[in-house]
Write a protein that binds this ligand. Structure first.
Ligand SMILES: *Cc1c(COP(=O)(O)O)cnc(C)c1O
Length: 298
């Protein structure tokens, strides 16, 4: 596959606790737009679409969706047709994300929030097929067994790290499910939900993996900063000081919350001596464009 990386950059970070090793896996560096975990989640869908006769992908997202823009870019690169169903009425001014999608050739179709809620119903898919013809459907955020199987491939790039802990920000939990499927039983997979009160992570994992329980799953539920895409001065200051110290940019929706949580847990001595923690930099940096200019130092 075009963007599929052979290996990824791993950054070593020094912390006050010298008995542990902290690594950041730079999935964000794979490609400026099709970056992070999104490419992996798309992997099997792209393969299917390339082999299909209709060569069309249809997917869903909100106005700031990293998934939507990653899909748009990948489709352009592979010369696939692509349709984006966007949540909410068409606004006067399109977000930078949606403008980018259009530029990449994605055909946008706006539907009301009411209609959108139904997007997993069969009748909804039938309506779309009547409107757009045949397509490969990617659920919102890639939430599907294929999406998780694609995300599992992230672990192939981490073997040499000998991680005892692997941390990821969680939205739909698709990436998390993939990591859990590919982890060995000595590796703990740490989820940092970016949504408030996300109580359905286990049931989502069950849907995606078919397995009821993973003993090596740890959820750190206190780092959502008020909810999805919510932020405060503490988080913004963290992003800037983390960049100053390590020259690693993070995004305020996902990776900064994950990194904040892991740094906080390190300071609270959660990790035993000799731990090797790999934090996945899952990308999302384009999302920082929605912050007022000057907020971040990079
Ligand atoms: C989409 C996204 C996630 C969440 O991944 P899920 O598989 O939906 O849990 C994490 N980080 C970034 C940067 C993302 O864009």
């Amino acid at each position: 596959m075009l963007f599929y990386p052979e290996n990824i950059e791993i950054n070593h970070i020094d912390t006050a606790n010298t008995s542990i090793k902290l690594l950041v896996a730079r999935l964000d560096k794979i490609h400026p737009i099709v970056s992070g975990n999104k490419l992996f989640k798309l992997h099997y869908f792209l393969q299917d679409a390339l082999q299909s006769t209709h060569k069309t992908i249809l997917t869903f997202g909100g106005a700031y969706s990293n998934h939507l823009v990653a899909t748009a870019f990948a489709c352009k690169a592979y010369q696939l047709n692509c349709i984006g169903i966007v949540r909410g009425e068409k606004p006067q001014a399109l977000s930078a994300t949606l403008q980018q999608c259009i530029k990449l050739g994605m055909q946008l179709h706006f539907i009301s929030r009411e209609e959108y809620k139904n997007n997993e119903a069969e009748s909804f898919t039938t309506d779309l097929k009547n409107k757009f013809g045949h397509f490969i459907l990617i659920p919102e955020g890639g939430f599907s067994t294929q999406g998780a199987a694609g995300a599992a491939k992230i672990m192939d790039l981490l073997h040499h790290c000998n991680a005892t802990h692997i941390a990821t920000a969680t939205g739909t939990a698709t990436t998390l499910a993939g990591l859990l499927m590919a982890a060995n039983n000595k590796q703990q997979i740490i989820s940092i939900p970016v949504i408030k009160n996300m109580t359905d992570i286990e049931s989502r994992i069950k849907i995606l993996t078919g397995k009821n329980q993973f003993n090596n799953l740890k959820i750190l539920g206190d780092y959502h900063f008020g909810g999805y895409a919510k932020k405060n001065t503490e988080l913004i200051n963290f992003i800037n000081s983390f960049y100053k110290k390590y020259t690693i940019p993070t995004d305020f929706v996902y990776t900064a919350k994950m990194m904040f949580g892991i740094m906080d847990q390190i300071s609270k001595n959660y990790f035993p001596a000799e731990s090797t923690i790999v934090c996945l930099h899952t990308g999302g940096l384009q999302g920082n464009h929605s912050l007022p200019s000057g907020t971040l130092i990079f």
